[in-house]
Design a protein around this ligand. Sequence first.
Ligand code: FBP
Length: 559
Amino acid sequence: MKELSSLQIERLKYQPKLPSSLQGGINNLTMTEGNKTESVKDREQIKELFKNTYGKPVVTFNTSNNKEISEKRNIGVILSGGQAPGGHNVIAGLYDALKQANPENKLYGFLGGPSGIIDGQYIEFTDEKINAYRNTGGFDIIGSGRTKLETEEQFQKAWQVCKNLDITGVVIIGGDDSNTNAAMLAEWFVKNNAGIQVIGCPKTIDGDLKNEQIEISFGFDTATKTYAELVGNILRDANSAKKYWHFIKLMGRSATHVGLEVALQTQPNITLISEEVEAKKMSLRQIVDNITEIVVKRADMGKNFGIALIPEGLIEFIPEIKSMISNLNDTLAALENDSNYKNADENAKFEIIKSKLNSQDSSVFSSLPTMIKQQLLMDRDPHGNVQVSKIETEKLLIEMVNTKLNEMKKQGAYKGKFSAQCHFFGYEGRCAFPSNFDADYCYSLGYNAFALLKFGLTGYLSSVKNLSAPASEWVAGGVPLTMMMNMEKRHGEFKPVIKKALVELNGPVFKVLEQNRETWAYQDKYLFPGSIQYFGPSSVADITTETLKLESSAKLTAV
Ligand code: FBP
């Protein structure tokens, strides 16, 4: 029996690249401070909530000649939220920097996500443990979770656990919600003179944790390449058999960056973009009509096949459904302890919900098939989000398109054959071996996180910029978490959260889709990206995403 696959063996040997500013070693760094910062929105409220950590400057690191001695210290690390390729390398980079700073330093990993720091569940990392996980996908080195850190009691417990282990710095690797946790914990530790710093690292395959300072979250590169490979394979299958329409739902809870990137890598016939649906105030009916029009026209051309990409979060962007879901969230929050509701059967639950919603929302809710109603009533995640990965939008659209085509058939307006297959690609891409880009980026983020701790900063996100250039030219530094925050409604209340980056309809990435959409719908300009290449020519092994390339060159043109 084999212990490791051939690829595992080769990937363990890969040496991730660091920006040249970090290559001189962790004890040979200088830090440059920029100007004071402000939050993206709701400045007064955010300032009031983060009195101690608000407004700090963006910082950048450079190599210095003065080799400093680092005092011995212990650090804790948490993997938080959905898995994303490269998480293990963030930990490896952090570990290597920490040991380089002082070999007596210790790194503790909290188990199962943020709950690990509250319940005191942890391991101490050793060389052996870290070496077994270098350049591998997944978060299984310590596991992950979605516990929201927000109550006084949780913070007190976390403090006690850190005191017991003599931990003076915590690194939280997570998306927008997890880094909101990081900002809250950082503020609380300063307020209580706990002497514990908190640093975040930008993770999420969804690609929506990005802004002027953060070019992309880690995991997006590998996950989109994995989905693009699968979509490319299906395109070729469809083009060979010429008998199915494939409706493919792609992960991306809120923003459609994943769908857009995969569309650019594969050029399918239809790509729905949630942000466009919302901006154009499209109804579910209009979306169905648009898809049906393409299906009918292709059938007239003798093509009873095609591929449609559906974003995971679509349902929450259709204005009539968005408004209904927002009120439904408040209604469900209010019914949380209502035993009548809790003990009711499914139909009775639907009736209770309908009676609590206003008449418009109630009729939207009633118009949805039972399957979707059931899925909308499922538990929210700990951050109050609808679990859109469980809502089968792809099936809903197939059903509605099919009904419309049957009506058209009766009227003689459609003579084709519609046979559909549905797919959901999400979990398939979250634990793939990180691409070279993600392996390098993640290692640098982790290494850099220790540099932020070393310079005494707290409430910062580890940032590595200039990512479309070779790794040696990347710029390492930190961005205050409060700079990215605004107030949003969660569980029926306004809370400070990191603002999600949605697809910009005036941005360079969406423009490419817009310009080519008509051609791709009918002319089958399919691309087959194939699998991620870990070795071989740089032209295939070191490529980044179309999104990063287009956004970086648009920034350069603007300068
Ligand atoms: P993060 O925002 O935590 O990175 O997670 C993103 C995501 O992969 C979404 O695309 C998806 O909707 C969600 O996680 C699924 O969550 P879970 O793993 O809890 O089913």
